[in-house]
Ligand binder design. Structure first.
Ligand code: C5P
Length: 222
């Protein structure tokens, strides 16, 4: 099979990164987590002590920073100006500010250019919110992954218990719903299912089954 690109979009906690990574590993493709890029920008803004409300300063800082993605043992590693921020970008502070930063059109333009470059040679599985609709509109396969907000919150709850013992499932559910609302309602490249994307509801689908379904789509649709 020739190399092709797969775009996987969907709301927070739908299982995109785990599933995209497994699909990429099976096909021998490169996995690109674009959420990590928006998180890296947000981490940098917070580290510099900038307010996410000061759009011009956020844009200038984003233009000056260097983001590098590299394959790691447990998935993708992320570097900002040479510093490994793979774990830092998963903090609650970054998570709770990222959607505001991701709504800035110039930030999106900047990262979209990089994302297109990463996929230019094909053989990429890219996950995010606007990959099928904006970044890779010609991707050979587009998947929109979703699940009920409760199930998505439960998945996140299991993941983060180690570093945020204070958070309740209800709080997480409210945070995820708020992030979805911001991502869906922004003006530039909102979270949306591309018209030609295949919808997979993973509420009661185990991960291996979702991966198998996507691999089947690669065989039948590409
Ligand atoms: O995928 P993850 O939950 O890590 O993404 C973090 C945030 O980055 C999202 O809530 C969204 O605000 C932003 N994002 C985006 N466009 C993408 C990927 C992520 O706006 N392609």
């Amino acid at each position: 099979m020739d190399k092709f690109n797969i775009a996987i979009d969907g709301p927070a906690g739908a299982g995109k990164s785990t599933i995209a990574r497994l699909v990429a590993n099976t096909l021998g493709f490169v996995y690109v987590d674009t959420g990590a890029m928006y998180r890296a920008v947000t981490w940098n803004v917070l580290r510099l002590g900038l307010s996410p409300d000061h759009t011009a300063e956020v844009i200038a800082a984003t233009e000056r920073m260097e983001i590098r993605l590299a394959p790691g043992e447990n998935g993708q590693q992320v570097f900002v100006n040479g510093q490994d921020v793979t774990l830092d970008i998963r903090s609650a502070e970054v998570t709770n500010n990222v959607s505001q930063i991701a709504a800035i059109a110039e930030v999106r333009r900047n990262l979209t250019v990089k994302q297109k470059q990463l996929a230019a040679n094909k053989g990429v599985v890219m996950d995010g919110r606007d990959i099928g609709s904006h970044v890779l509109p010609n991707a050979e396969l587009k998947v929109f992954l979703t699940a009920s907000v409760r199930v998505r919150a439960e998945r996140r709850y299991k993941e983060i218990q180690d570093d945020r013992t204070d958070v309740t499932l209800e709080q997480l559910e409210a945070e995820i719903a708020a992030r979805d609302r911001m991502d869906e309602s922004r003006e530039t490249a909102p979270l949306v299912q591309a018209p030609d994307a295949v919808l997979l509801d993973t509420t009661s689908m185990p991960i291996p089954q979702v991966v198998e379904r996507i691999l089947e789509l690669c065989r039948t649709e590409v």
